[in-house]
Design a protein around this ligand. Structure first.
Ligand SMILES: [Zn+2]
Length: 199
């Protein structure tokens, strides 16, 4: 990526930090196979953490108002995302399901996926990621309600620590009518498969 992240750390300093971690792990960073590793890692960071360069709310400011009176729930399910936990800098891999109840504004569905990515491509905790996505949609679209459910596995749990694979964590944030009205909430959960017990 060409855009510079909002930081005063130079690329050289970042690459040097990678060399330090390699030495800490017991490696020799001057070994041939590792020579380009710092450069690659820094480049990968540009991708994994590109969310710091984005303003996810921006994606929602272009809305489509012509919906011919459509005032039912809009749900985008199974939005795959990759994030990193802020405690171990380890990957969080999961899916987000996003729903909202439009009042008079709807957005192109790809925009909801971009909002998810904008927050996921940062250091995160899953609860915060869930809440940030919901808040962003609420504040920018002003719908009657927003629902976000995230189902993700945390590599800091599967590859280290307790070493438990196949465990996923589910978090949800319900705002407005999804929080206040059990039927709306149930309809959303059925749409995304949780109410039926399948995914
Ligand atoms: Zn972690």
């Amino acid at each position: 990526m060409s855009k510079q992240p909002p930081t005063d750390v130079t690329r050289e300093q970042a690459e040097e930090a990678v060399r330090t971690l390699l030495r800490w792990a017991g490696e020799d960073p001057s070994r041939e196979g590792l020579l380009d590793t710092p450069k690659r890692v820094v480049k990968a960071y540009g991708d994994w953490f590109s969310g710091y360069l984005s303003d996810p709310g921006e994606y929602l400011r272009r809305t489509f108002k012509e919906v011919a009176g459509y005032d039912e729930m809009v749900v985008l399910r199974d939005i795959e995302f990759e994030s990193h936990c802020e405690h171990h800098m380890a990957p969080i891999i999961g899916r987000a399901h996003v729903g909202y109840l439009p009042t008079n504004r709807v957005v192109g569905i790809s925009k909801l996926a971009r909002v998810v990515d904008g927050f996921a491509r940062r250091f995160q905790v899953q609860e915060k990621l869930t809440a940030e996505i919901a808040q962003c949609i609420q504040e920018n679209l002003h719908p009657a309600g927003v629902a976000v459910v995230i189902d993700a596995s945390h590599e800091c749990m599967s590859t280290r620590g307790v070493h438990k694979r196949g465990v996923s964590m589910v978090t949800s944030q319900m705002l407005g009518s999804f929080r206040d009205d059990a039927r709306t909430r149930m309809e959303f959960l059925q749409f995304i498969g949780i109410g039926r017990g399948v995914r």
